[in-house]
Design a protein around this ligand. Structure first.
Ligand code: HEM
Ligand SMILES: *[C@@H]1O[C@H](CO)[C@@H](O)[C@H](O)[C@H]1NC(C)=O
Length: 487
């Protein structure tokens, strides 16, 4: 009797234990599948999210971030876009492998502009090799010779200014940078002989990249038609130039040459069409971004006497050490000017939203301590323009204060990596960052040393409507040539 009772008790306990275990397992599993999704931006069904987004991503972020925190989702028609704001939640965005978070889908709209067989038109394994070509074409030994050409271009350009006068600095710097980019990237043939043709073709390529092109890159509109014609014509021009170089054995020290000489791992050289596409990609990555940044730098320096004095002081110091000699290594010593550019770029990153396509669920811990699962299928986004002004990272974030990057403060570092993301970071961080700084430093060194400048128009507004966000208004500046210094 006892024995049987015991058996029942034991069986009962066993069943109970099994049930408890089952319950624990199922809770664990359930909490895995009934995911804790990020809060959603509340909006009217179907087009509500889009309408909020169309006011501008930054307006939307300014409204939603205080309500929803630093991880939230907005529904744009058929896509959920999840924003990850601030360094606390940015690790995965910048470090994930291409198989987890990819660029190909979200940056696909560049394909008709860059052309076939390059960058977002090819598999990641090929793209990775092409990014290696970029890296090689921008290594220090190459940068040194680009810098010599940047300086020559600046000297030539500003020699055409008079003794004194008034200019639109935005227009001037845009044009100078097209010339410099032509020489350093596209090569001597384009800069010296084909400049007018090639820049008007690039203009058509540029005008063919509209906000609507991001969603419908092949929409049959005149702008796209002109873009496609220009792309074909550019291919013809570059094919001729490349064949010319190959036949004559002429070797130059520009990015074009670097791409011609590049080889894939299996020994295959680049084709003429690939070289053309890579050059177009480089120009799209580097031209507007740099010219906008040099204009903002000028607008801030000329409206902040304190920092204008400190960059002028630095120029004097550098001249004491090196005289009039100016090259890569001399520019590299200009830390004050560097911080002034970097701060203009913190306030005005030209790429205001970066995107990835999510292929695998991942979890982030938001600033409020909550864990959120970001599901596969979401587009994941971050925003340099918004993140660069977070007040818990950057003190008085709307104030121009280059010293925030100086030793002792280093606000871009104290809160961890990915606090300052004007150049992105991690796996896909900008490959042209050193090139961009050298170019902007070369231009401003020339201007500061040779001219007295005064901003005579109001401080410019931001042109939020451009694909590469820039300066909206003219930046009118009165200049006067400095007397030749005797020191
Ligand atoms: C002030 C100037 C510039 C700014 C603000 C800038 C910004 C950026 C940003 C934010 C990214 C990352 C995009 C992403 O994560 O989705 C990027 C990538 C890139 N940039 Fe720049 N850029 C500048 C100049 C240049 C120049 C001058 C070049 C080349 C000559 C260049 C070449 C590239 C390339 C090749 C990538 C792709 C890297 C990759 O995906 O692995 N950039 N840039
Ligand atoms: C977007 O997310 C919401 C809620 O998280 C979900 O109900 C909806 O199905 C998702 N839409 C798409 C297209 O993935």
């Amino acid at each position: 009797m006892d024995f049987i009772q015991n058996m029942y008790v034991q069986a009962g306990l066993l069943i109970l234990a099994t049930m408890i275990l089952a319950k624990i397992v199922s809770t664990l599993l359930c909490s895995g599948s009934s995911k804790n999704l990020p809060p959603m931006v509340s909006a009217w069904p179907i087009i509500g999210g889009l309408m909020k987004f169309l006011k501008g991503p930054i307006v939307m972020l300014r409204e939603e971030y205080p309500k929803l925190g630093n991880v939230f989702t907005i529904k744009l028609l058929i896509k959920n876009v999840t924003f990850l704001i601030g360094p606390e939640v940015s690790q995965h965005f910048f470090k994930a492998t291409e198989s987890d978070l990819s660029q190909q889908e979200v940056y696909q709209f560049n394909v008709p502009t860059f052309g076939p067989g390059v960058v977002f038109d090819v598999d990641y394994s090929v793209r990775q090799e092409q990014f290696r070509f970029f890296t090689e074409s921008l290594r220090v030994s190459k940068l040194k010779s680009y810098v010599d050409q940047m300086i020559l271009e600046a000297e030539g350009y500003f020699a055409k200014w008079g003794e004194e006068g008034v200019v639109d600095l935005k227009y001037e710097l845009e044009h100078l940078i097209i010339l410099t980019a032509s020489r350093c990237l596209l090569g001597r043939e384009v800069r010296d002989q084909l400049f007018e043709d090639v820049s008007s073709l690039f203009h058509d390529l540029d005008s063919g990249m509209l906000p609507i092109s991001v969603v419908f890159p092949y929409l049959p509109i005149p702008a796209h038609h002109r873009r496609d014609k220009a792309r074909k014509k550019l291919a013809e021009i570059f094919t001729k130039i490349i064949q010319g170089r190959k036949q004559s054995g002429n070797v130059e020290s520009d990015m074009l040459q670097s791409f011609i000489d590049s080889k894939y791992k299996d020994g295959r050289p680049t084709t003429e069409s690939e070289v053309t596409g890579l050059l177009i990609a480089a120009l799209f990555a580097g031209q507007h971004t740099s010219s906008i940044t040099s204009t903002w730098t000028g607008a801030y320096l000329l409206s902040h006497k304190k920092y204008l004095s400190s960059v002028l002081e630095e120029q004097k110091d550098v001249k004491k050490r090196h005289g009039d000699k100016l090259d890569h290594d001399v520019l590299a010593e200009m830390d004050v000017l560097y911080r002034c550019i970097k701060e203009a770029l913190r306030l005005h990153p030209p790429l205001i939203v970066l995107l990835r396509s999510n292929h695998r669920d991942f979890t982030v811990t938001a600033k409020d301590g909550k864990d959120y699962v970001i599901p596969k299928g979401h587009v994941v986004a971050t925003s340099p323009a918004f993140s660069n002004r977070l007040p818990h990272i950057f003190k008085n974030p709307d104030t121009y204060d280059p010293d925030r990057f100086a030793p002792g403060r280093e606000e871009d570092k104290v809160a961890g990596a990915f606090s300052y993301i004007s150049f992105g970071g991690g796996r896909h961080g900008c490959l042209g960052e050193p090139f961009a700084y050298l170019q902007i430093k070369a231009i401003w060194t020339h201007l500061l040393r040779n001219f007295e400048l005064e901003l005579i128009s109001p401080f410019p507004e931001i042109d939020w409507n451009a694909m590469v966000v820039g300066v909206k208004d003219k930046v009118m500046v009165r200049y006067r040539r400095r007397p030749l210094s005797v020191d």
